[in-house]
Ligand binder design. Structure first.
Ligand code: ADP
Ligand code: MG
Length: 402
């Protein structure tokens, strides 16, 4: 895959696809990690005299057609402002994605300037399954630039116009963030040191069941906690009360458990749970063994025996991939399980990778320095799919010569 050094960017408009999809609370950015992670490529391009035209998405705009989506937002305005602050230079935001305002911003950039296009998902074609629709938008984006750099790692698993189609239209290279992410994740898929332990949490098993099935022939041990673990416990016949449960997934979960047993992959599930009276930060709560969970309680975290069990199953690992908090860490009273997992992983001698937006937010909220892990990925879905051994459309497009 070509990198920035392989492109002569001086004086040319470079369309840079970045991942600036940060969590927002109203118009406040609550974690600017993805913006910071995008800076090295932006700075390098600007330092080399490129006219940097950034294309990015934010959230999931809804509605039929551009006007409706634009009205509903979210606009990249707060991101443009934060980016300008971090770069210490103005970052004009185009009022549209690939229309007259965008073309005008592109034409107004001087060598070394940085501009940002409005939320690319205001264009419905960006995420369209119809190749021709995506191609139309891709052509309009490409028309504004001479070169393309793909640096939005968190979007590489999407077959979207700005990720997958534009690189086919312009000479292109991968950015620094994409190269760094891929270098680490490759180590997970190419002969990882063993034991290789995968820790999976998060809210829903349906999101990640396919992942578990795909990891059965890669990992030595799978630790399953958090919201997704209750469906596994239910599949084993345990009462889980009012905890998150996807009853329609129980058969699939049973299938996965049977296959793991057949392949000799160890699956580690919770043995005790913190059961709360409601889903609230201050809810009353007690610890229950999984064999005696009350029907009127809701589990929001792993119990102390589970924390110790998970830690012991992580301690001997030489490679760890972790995706998904194992409790509702957003409520401090229910963050102990996630804290225990993070502590155990940070003590591992070997390669430790944290992937997932909420997982990354959790370790920051729990005050772990980034250096506590080998790598904190900026991409949740993208890193999961890579680790599963899937091909990422955006990566394929960047690897193609052109
Ligand atoms: P990531 O973004 O790291 O991939 P997910 O989006 O899959 O993670 O899941 C994160 C969410 O899962 C968090 O908001 C957290 O509150 C929720 N969660 C974790 N454990 C539980 C639990 N035991 N009960 C309810 N929700 C949970
Ligand atoms: Mg998430």
């Amino acid at each position: 895959m070509r990198g920035l050094d392989d492109l002569a960017v001086d004086g040319r408009v470079v369309l840079l696809r970045s991942d600036l999809n940060v969590p927002l609370s109203g118009k406040e950015i609550t974690d600017d990690g993805r913006i910071r992670a995008s800076l090295p490529t932006i700075r390098k391009l600007a330092d080399r005299g490129a006219k940097v035209l950034i294309c990015a998405h934010l959230g999931r705009p809804k509605g039929d057609g551009y006007a409706e989506r634009e009205a509903g937002g979210p606009s990249l305005r707060p991101v443009a402002d934060r980016l300008a602050e971090l770069l210490g230079r103005p970052v004009p935001l185009a009022a549209d994605v690939a229309g007259p305002a965008a073309a005008q911003i592109a034409a107004s950039l001087n060598d070394g300037d940085v501009g940002l296009l409005e939320n690319v998902r205001f264009e419905q074609a960006e995420t369209s399954k119809d190749d021709a629709e995506r191609a139309g938008l891709a052509a309009r984006l490409a028309a504004m630039a001479q070169l393309y750099v793909g640096d939005g790692f968190g979007a590489l698993h999407r077959k979207h116009a700005s990720v997958y189609d534009v690189p086919g239209l312009l000479p292109h290279a991968a950015g620094e963030l994409v190269l760094a992410e891929v270098a680490v994740l490759r180590q997970l898929t190419h002969d990882p040191q063993r034991p290789y332990v995968v820790v999976l949490g998060g809210a829903k098993p349906s999101d990640k069941l396919a992942v578990i099935a795909n990891l059965l022939d890669k990992a030595d041990r799978l630790i399953i906690g958090g919201g997704m673990s209750y469906t596994f416990l239910a599949a084993q016949g345990h009462e889980v009360g009012k905890s998150l449960l996807e009853a329609d997934q129980i058969d699939r979960v049973s299938g996965v458990l049977a296959e793991a047993a057949e392949r000799g992959v160890e699956i580690v599930l919770p043995v005790d749970l913190v059961g709360a009276t409601s889903y609230a930060p201050g809810a009353e709560h007690d610890v229950f063994p999984v064999t005696g969970f009350p029907a009127d309680r809701e589990s929001l975290d792993m119990g102390p025996a589970t924390r110790a069990l998970f830690a012991s199953k992580i301690a001997d690992a030489r490679t760890v991939f972790w995706n998904g908090p194992v409790g509702v860490f957003e409520f401090p009273a229910f963050a102990a399980g996630t804290l225990a997992v993070a502590q155990a992983i940070s003590a591992v001698h070997g390669l430790t990778v944290v992937g997932g937006g909420d997982s990354a937010a959790a370790v920051r909220q729990l005050n772990f320095p980034d250096a506590a892990f080998s790598h904190i990925s900026t991409g949740g879905g993208a890193s999961l799919e890579y680790v599963e051994g899937k091909t990422l459309p955006g990566l394929v497009a960047l690897e193609d010569a052109g």
